[in-house]
Design a protein around this ligand. Sequence first.
Ligand code: UD2
Length: 309
Amino acid sequence: MANVLITGISGFIGSSLARGLLAEGATVRGIDNLSTGNLANLDEIRSRIDLREADILDATAIDDACRGIDYVFHQAAIPSVPKSVIDPIGTNGPNLNGTLFVLEAARKAGIKRLMYAASSAAYGENPTLPKTEAMLPEPLSPYAVQKLAGEHYLASYTRVFGLETVALRYFNIFGPRQDPTSQYSGVLARFISQMTKGETPTIFGDGSTSRDFTYIDNVVSANLTVAKTSAPVAGKVFNVATGQRITLLEAFEEVKRITGYTGTVEFKPEREGDIKHSVADISQAQSVFGYEVVASFSEGLEKTIAYYR
Ligand code: UD2
């Protein structure tokens, strides 16, 4: 599959993509500043990757990294709603300017196609469910604005410069290697890590908040498929999800069942910037480039809990 660049390669999603791309025979280069990523995520594949430690706002390093590359998978970001609420300006740098730096380097290098980690956060509080790509975005948090603005830059680079770009709106991705240690970590990583240790997890809100929790294998598969497709995907946005809505209380119960946790859950007030409900319509990705759900929520949860154990 030729030469690929993964930004944010030592993160949970970047390192999973690296494994998927290596398995397809790609030559993998990666860039990461190790701010939220972890080199341990690359342990057994480290020797097969051209890994460059550099910041996404280091234009020279990004230019160098894009040279000779066919496909870019831009995953580098500070992926957190609450962090963006605390520090809108600090997160805007990597999340939005970083995307522009990568687009500009990709354009100059003449790459074939750029895949971008967009977010379901773009839909915000629009009450219509499921979320379709045709809906008007209503970003709520600064993070959502940053990720959505990145999509617009992608579309601009396709229209103005002819660079092929694809925005994949990820819906709450989970799986092995997701960092569970921070208060900003994804809820499933936190639940699993806490409940396997017998610690009490927290639900922000009354537990009815819902998400389309999507196992990482679906994301890897979506990226590999969309990079290779001859379908008209340039300049487009696609949901990457399962189409299944799970409440936080249901997620807690499921993790409890699989881990055998016997304790309770603590309820705290909702977090600022959080949206209430999220679930995707995935029919556009299915019909345009043949996206398939390769692992359901339950299958993914079983695998993730087995990994953390
Ligand atoms: C958003 C995006 C997601 C992705 C992510 C960044 C939406 C719908 N989703 O995820 O696609 O871009 O940002 O990685 O915008 N919670 C608890 N207990 C905890 C931790 C979290 O109850 O210990 C709650 C949290 O308040 C929220 C829900 O769980 O209501 C999901 O939170 P999250 O941080 O896992 O992900 P979210 O939805 O902000």
